[in-house]
Design a protein around this ligand. Sequence first.
Ligand code: HEM
Length: 330
Amino acid sequence: MPRSLPFFMLAISLGFTGAAGAQTPAPQTSTPEQLVDALNGVFGKHPGARAVHAKGIVLEGTFTPGAQASSISKAPHLQSTAVPVTVRFSDFAGIPDIPDNHELASPRGFAIKFKLPDGSDSDIVAHSFNGFPSPNADDFHDLLVALGSSGANAAKPTPLDKYLATHPVAKAFLTAPKPAPESYGTLPYFGVNTFKFVNGAGKATYGRYQFQPVAGAHFLSNEEAAKKAADYLSTEIRARVAQGPVNFRLLLQLAAADDKLDDPSISWPDTRQTVELGTISITKAVQDSDAAQRQLLFLPNALPSGIEVQDPMIEARSAAYPVSYSRRQE
Ligand code: HEM
């Protein structure tokens, strides 16, 4: 069962300033194991499940690159040939039986694995909020520890109260409205961390991924959400994809000169230029989604030549995800 948590909507904190790449970040001190332990401290340990984004559904489809994609990157899936993809939609919490209309089910997750022509994979792991509660992995660790020690019986002010008093961006993230979606297929998703893209001529571009639903963004009122069944999102997406492809445009939001490249808690303005990298067409649910999701590991740093890690949080995430993966195989 979910622990009693006073927060819920992970909303990102915006608290940091400074020019893009101007300073070398302090070395990360929290280990991948400590990060996963801290997630377990918030949500509990659930055998066979992810430490976070535990409830999900796996589907398959195709990615077709757009006409401008190769001007951004020489990555093989961003040239002219369509590639197969596996995607996983998920609820936020590390609670495998969380009702889809629970507050802790937001933000929703979207992970995609591109099957490249040479047999390797490249992944993107995004969520349905344009931001993150913490600027880096250590701050995120501190937030998780505060959350995990601020249950219903904690003395006031709780560790979370104290944390949020000094971290306005985390507070903004946690309290931001995150309405339940009509469908996993009617939500925009955001990559949040910044990558560096290099094209065939060696030109570098810095950007953040966005997935825009071709069906449009559609949400439920609180009253509508309250009437939904616990598994309405997986039921809905299975029905939707049986009627026809569920499509997303994959966009790259380009950094302006003074945008922070190493702080996902600060979203860039909507006025930034975007380039359409291609279209994801999701065409079917896999037969045994539970078995598939247990085996699937998405890694934000699984990148071909032509895409590079820019934000250090990408490496921190990519070290923590395999820890959660190994634990769910036990
Ligand atoms: C330091 C920051 C972060 C840490 C420590 C962290 C940790 C984790 C862990 C341990 C998992 C489980 C992986 C698995 O068992 O396969 C996970 C999954 C996930 N995370 Fe993160 N995460 C971080 C940042 C983010 C950010 C910035 C986003 C959104 C942009 C995000 C979105 C997701 C999603 C969607 C999943 C589910 C992936 C799947 O379907 O397999 N996380 N995260």
